[in-house]
Each structure stands twice: as structure tokens, then as C-alpha cells.
Write a protein that binds this ligand. Structure first.
Ligand code: C5P
Length: 218
């Protein structure tokens, strides 16, 4: 694998709906980093499994990953609860994680020259995808806050789910993501914990910016 030298690599892990995506995007913009929401890859695979159940096999997934375009990541259909739940089931499969691994690592270590580095968020980024990241964060919030944020997001997308249903779904996803055998969600010792429960998006960003600036000596 080609590794660009002297780039800034930021790794973020977090449970569902903790606000990591929003933060990662803002950080990436601020420091001109290439951003990858790794959950979207599992969601794209899950979406295709639900849409083409009979064609779904490793070869099919390989082709999908190879032909991924930026616009595929922005498809609103990926945001449904059904796709999220399927993604978390798919993410337990070793052969699927293996396929996704090289896509993610080349993204992290060899971003296009116009970027100063990369920022990835997911579940196993800090210890599996970028173990030597310059900065590692574990972003979390209490479960009710996360469920409320996801509920509001789904409501904006006109998805007819109750808060209770969303809370149940997030609880199940946490259980699956934290307890699975392969690449479980965990906070590594060298990750900085950021609890976003009582912080606005701006306050979270400023808190993280301060830590990054200190590290890169701005
Ligand atoms: O972050 P998001 O909710 O979009 O992720 C969907 C699912 O994909 C997660 O619940 C998790 O099971 C899986 N995932 C993963 N490893 C990652 C990113 C996401 O297993 N790096």
C-alpha cells in the first residue's frame, strides 16, 4: 500500500448517532482533510443486499466497492433505520470486513495530493484501520440523547418511526457493535474521550480543534 508521508491522520470511533459524522466533516473542512464516513460503506453494502437479495455475494460486493462514487455516499436512502440495522449485521462478517479494509486504509494513508491528510470515522478506525493516527477520538453521548438526535434526523427525512422505536434500534445496534467478536466498537487507551451529551455542535468542534491545534503546534 502507498503511504503518503507527512500527512495528518485523524481517527474517530463512536457508537451510533453520537454526532461523530458532523464533527468529522467540520474538522475535515477546517484542516483540509479528506473525510470518509466508513459506516456509509457498510450501509451501501446493506442497501444492495436489501435491494438485490438474489445477486448478493462477495463478487457482487467487490464490484460495488470498486465502482463507488462520491455521490453514492450521499444517497439519502442509506440513512434509513432498516439499512442501519442491516449494516450492523453485515459488519459482523469477516469476509466483508476484509473487502472493506483495503478501501479504507488506502483512503486513510494515501489521500489525493490536494488534501493535507485524512479523517475517518467508524467503529474500528482507531485500532484497526489507522492504528498510528496522529490523533484519536472516541466520541459518545448518552443513549437517550443519541436516540433523540437520530429520531429528529429521521423525522426530517419523513421516516415514520416513533422515538421509542429509534431508542430500541440504537440499543440493539450498540449491543451488536460493542459485543461482536470481529472489530468491536471500543475506546482505545490512546483515544481522547469526547462526550457530546451536553455540548452544541460548535462547542464540540471548538473542544476538538483546541486539541488538534495543540498537537500540530498552531
Ligand atoms: O455509522 P453508521 O451508523 O452509519 O454505521 C452503520 C453500521 O456499520 C454500524 O452500526 C456498525 O455495525 C457498522 N460499522 C462498522 N465499522 C465501521 C463503521 C460502521 O462495523 N468502521
Amino acid at each position: 500500500m502507498i503511504k503518503r508521508k507527512g500527512i495528518l491522520k485523524i481517527a474517530i470511533d463512536s457508537p451510533a448517532a453520537a454526532g461523530a459524522g458532523t464533527l468529522a466533516k467540520t474538522i475535515s473542512k477546517c484542516y483540509n482533510l479528506m473525510y470518509l464516513d466508513t459506516g456509509k460503506i457498510y450501509r451501501i453494502i446493506a442497501f444492495n443486499k436489501l435491494k438485490y437479495p438474489n445477486e448478493f455475494n462477495l463478487q457482487f460486493i467487490k464490484k460495488k466497492i470498486k465502482n463507488l462514487k462520491i455521490k453514492d455516499f450521499n444517497d439519502k436512502k442509506l440513512l434509513s433505520d432498516e439499512v442501519g440495522t442491516e449494516a450492523s449485521l453485515i459488519a459482523k462478517r469477516k469476509n466483508i470486513r476484509k473487502l472493506v479494509y483495503s478501501f479504507q486504509t488506502s483512503f486513510a494513508y494515501n489521500p489525493p495530493k490536494k488534501f493535507n491528510g485524512s479523517c475517518l470515522d467508524g467503529r474500528d478506525i482507531t485500532y484497526n484501520i489507522i492504528p498510528d493516527a496522529d490523533l484519536k477520538f472516541f466520541i459518545t453521548a448518552d443513549i437517550k440523547t443519541r436516540a433523540m438526535r437520530r429520531y429528529m434526523e429521521l423525522k426530517r427525512l419523513k421516516k415514520a418511526l416513533t422515538y421509542k422505536e429509534v431508542l430500541k434500534s440504537i440499543k440493539n445496534r450498540d449491543k451488536s457493535d460493542y459485543n461482536r467478536r470481529i472489530s468491536p466498537l471500543k475506546k482505545t487507551k490512546d483515544s481522547i474521550l469526547i462526550n457530546t451529551t451536553n455540548l452544541s455542535k460548535r462547542a464540540c468542534f471548538l473542544k476538538i480543534k483546541k486539541i488538534i491545534d495543540r498537537k500540530i503546534n498552531i
